[in-house]
Ligand binder design. Structure first.
Ligand code: ADP
Ligand code: MG
Length: 726
């Protein structure tokens, strides 16, 4: 075995669970939110009027009086400094899929004396240089400068690290001309759009108490752990987050013994420290378990207001990565780190909640609650059916191509799973008004008939559906594990806001003639009829579904490159503009950024594959070939028969020949893609059509060689090692 691999494996044998850097020391209820400048801290440190103004701003998105900002900033600073903070940073989400921060100390010099200060101005606005963040062309037309703006709806928090603490202030990131340069701004805008549309519709339905509707979100996060010493010997994992080579191991996930299995001690110690950190940060993590694939795990929080849950998921991903290193692991968030076993997703559990404490996707018990629920259901069905193309763009990136459209759930075709009972309700309502319907289903009328109670466990256990109703929320399962949730939730909010608006318009139009209930019935049933094609309860990755979906006219964008272009469709641009979520320019820039991100990801994979193949795998294969040839020559000289061995050498040599050919081909394809830049969409297409297949071909040959080359020569840790040694 290669010396480096041997050394890494020997190290693993000596590793044991690592204790937390800062042990809990307190019961969970006291620990929770200890590093958050939350409501408690605000109440203690702000004047009554300042506190109330800030709260109302957090809850209803109202603007904060700049005069208050100084008071808030000072309170925040004092709180942070008491806890050892020396620096603050605006914490934002540029369109890189990650978060960004630029630290500033509180220090100020006055007459040679160092004072710790933090002004309202510095709290409200920051001016990081925007020129090195993706802008997708917005920069060409506008100034390079951008600014970060405090988002008071998401609380500030303290990141404790080995040698100090930093006060992090969640912010939005915009260009000087007001264009959004981040994932947060459109999310906030879309939340507002949904709020307006939902409150208006609820009023029409007779609810006079609700003043605000927000969306709720719980993100289940899947991830892999790999021992860090093995990880560092895999340049492909380091550069791209996934293995570009690796033969199938003797054992994969076929024994189904990992899912919900007993958690290994080193892993459990890691999870416990992650939870400790997240609890302090106010992230309500709840569940932990082994996932299906070997060395795959999942963590899920209790759901929260969506804008906060999105920030918290970003924090989750950061904390997972940081803490993993302390425990001698690397945390892999890529959608498909390993071929042949499951990939990782992020289930985006989404619903709408009122300020009166109701979940609008809860079927409820009374006919009135039932009616409200059915209206909301119709809104979501219409939204997903009309805007499946747009929703697909939010999960379109190079990593997710290995899940969607590949032989893995969920499929790239968007459909909704309602479960049998709820599907019966939809059919019953359709039948109830359909003249001469032949259906045997019970007919129903809204507001009159009560819904059958829907037992929660009867709703989805169908894991193949990309968008499933799960009792009182929708679970969008096609989101990739590495993704920021801003995009998918922005689109969900916007398209549902559009449906709610449509329904309100229609009810208003019809109510005069038919009365309110008649109007609601007609609108809902009409939507059910029109959009019933989006419902599918069967196996989402069967070949039959692909045919059936095509027959129904449901779009199937198999690859990210096919999907991303939809962002620029007239319908979608108009939708974003109508609800003031994104301007046409912003949409175009985002589309370009997604195409560019795809091209860059594939370019990095292509280059990594090339360099590993040329400088690590080929020399190893050639050394084995040389040794075998020498051994054969020696045996022959002794007059020993070596027919079978010669055959084997010929096989090895011909594979090496093919390998060199594949290396040269990838180099040529890469060169071609590099130099045929063109428009972002064309560039991405070239990478997909030329470079992706060349990388696949190269891997196929390399994985064959791995099974023949002397184990002592093979330089990359093998699947049997990286998946099972912890
Ligand atoms: P699973 O999907 O594994 O069965 P659960 O049903 O417990 O798990 O829920 C998964 C996630 O959905 C959790 O993060 C949970 O907090 C979240 N969730 C539950 N109710 C809602 C809701 N009303 N809105 C948004 N998310 C929710
Ligand atoms: Mg789930």
């Amino acid at each position: 075995m290669s010396a480096a691999r041997t050394a890494a494996i020997q190290l693993i044998a000596r590793k044991s669970p690592v204790a937390a850097a800062a042990p809990a020391g307190k019961p969970l209820p006291e620990l929770f939110g200890a590093n958050v400048f939350g409501l408690d801290q605000m109440r203690n440190r702000l004047s009554e009027s300042a506190y109330r103004a800030l709260r109302s701003c957090m809850e209803h998105g109202q603007e904060l009086d700049p005069a208050l900002a100084d008071q808030v900033a000072n309170a925040m600073k004092e709180w942070a400094v008491e806890r050892g903070a020396t620096h603050f940073t605006h914490w934002f989400q540029p369109m890189t899929g990650a978060t960004a921060e630029k630290h500033d100390s509180f220090a100020n010099l006055e007459g040679g004396k160092l004072l710790l200060e933090f002004s309202g101005k510095a709290l409200i606005k920051g001016e990081p240089d925007a020129s090195s963040f993706p802008s997708g062309g917005l920069r060409a037309t506008f100034e390079a400068r951008g600014y970060t703006a405090w988002d008071p709806t998401s609380p500030a928090f303290l990141r404790e690290t080995t040698n100090g603490s930093t006060l992090c202030i969640p912010t939005a990131f915009c260009s000087w001309t007001g264009e959004a340069l981040d994932e947060k701004t459109p999310l906030l805008r879309s939340g507002e759009a949904l709020n307006r549309a939902a409150v208006r519709l609820l009023r029409l339905l007779g609810d006079q108490r609700v003043h605000h509707v927000h969306t709720t979100l719980g993100c289940e996060q899947e991830y892999f752990l790999i021992d860090r010493d093995l990880y560092l010997l895999r340049p492909d994992l380091v550069a791209t987050g996934r293995t570009l080579f690796g033969a199938k191991p003797p054992k994969g996930q076929e024994l189904e013994d990992h899912y919900f299995g007993s958690i290994a001690p080193r892993v459990l110690a890691f999870m416990q420290e992650v939870e400790l950190e997240l609890w302090k940060l106010g992230v309500p993590v709840k569940t932990r378990h082994n996932e299906v694939a070997p060395s795959q795990y999942e963590l899920a929080p209790i759901f929260e207001r969506a804008t906060i849950a999105v920030d918290h998921n970003m924090l989750c991903m950061e904390v997972l990565k940081h803490i993993a290193q302390r425990h001698g692991f690397q945390c892999l968030l890529h959608e498909k780190p390993y071929a042949g076993i499951n990939g990782s997703g992020k289930h985006n559990n989404w619903s709408m909640a009122t300020d009166t404490g109701d979940n609008l996707l809860d079927p409820g018990k009374s006919p009135a609650e039932n009616m409200r629920f059915v209206v909301m259901l119709a809104a979501v069905m219409r939204a997903v059916d009309l805007h499946a193309d747009l929703l697909r763009t939010t999960i379109a990136h190079a990593g997710n191509d290995h899940r969607l459209g590949a032989n893995e759930a969920p499929p790239a075709i968007l459909s909704i799973y309602l479960g049998e009972q709820l599907s019966d309700v939809v059919e019953g309502l359709i039948a109830g008004t359909g003249k001469g319907s032949q259906r045997k289903k019970e007919t129903m009328r809204l507001g009159v008939s009560a819904l059958p109670t829907l037992p929660r466990d009867a709703t989805d256990r169908n894991r193949t559906s990309p968008f499933a109703f799960t009792g009182n929320k929708f679970e969008f399962r096609a989101v990739g594990a590495s993704q920021a949730c801003g995009k998918p939730n922005t689109v969900l909010n916007t398209m549902v806001a559009d449906s709610l608006t449509y329904i309100a318009d229609e009810i208003e139009r019809l109510a005069g003639g038919k009365g309110l209930e008649g109007a609601i019935n007609e609108v809902v049933v009409d939507l059910f009829k029109k959009h019933q094609r989006i419902l599918f309860n069967g196996n989402g990755y069967s070949a039959e579904w692909h045919q059936e979906a095509a027959r129904r006219g449901l779009p199937n964008f198999r690859s990210a490159v096919d999907a991303i272009g939809n962002l620029g469709n007239k319908k979608n641009v108009e939708l974003f503009e109508r609800f003031a979520v994104l301007s046409a320019k912003e949409v175009e820039s985002r589309m370009n950024i997604q195409f560019e991100a795809y091209s860059k990801a594939i370019a990095i994979e292509g280059q990594s594959a090339l360099s590993i193949a040329r400088t690590m795998l080929l020399p190893a294969a050639q050394r084995t070939q040389g040794a075998v040839a020498q051994s054969l020559a020696a045996a022959k000289a002794c007059g020993v028969p070596v027919v079978a061995q010669e055959k084997r050498l010929r096989d090895l040599s011909s594979r090496i020949e093919l390998f060199v050919g594949a290396i040269d081909d990838l180099a040529a394809q890469f060169e071609h893609a590099e130099h045929h830049a063109g428009a972002p969409a064309d560039h991405a297409k070239t990478y997909r059509d030329k470079v992706v297949p060349a990388v696949v071909k190269l891997r196929e040959i390399a994985d064959g060689l791995e099974t023949m080359v002397d184990d002592a020569e093979w330089p990359l840790p093998k699947y049997r090692e990286i998946l099972f040694l912890q």
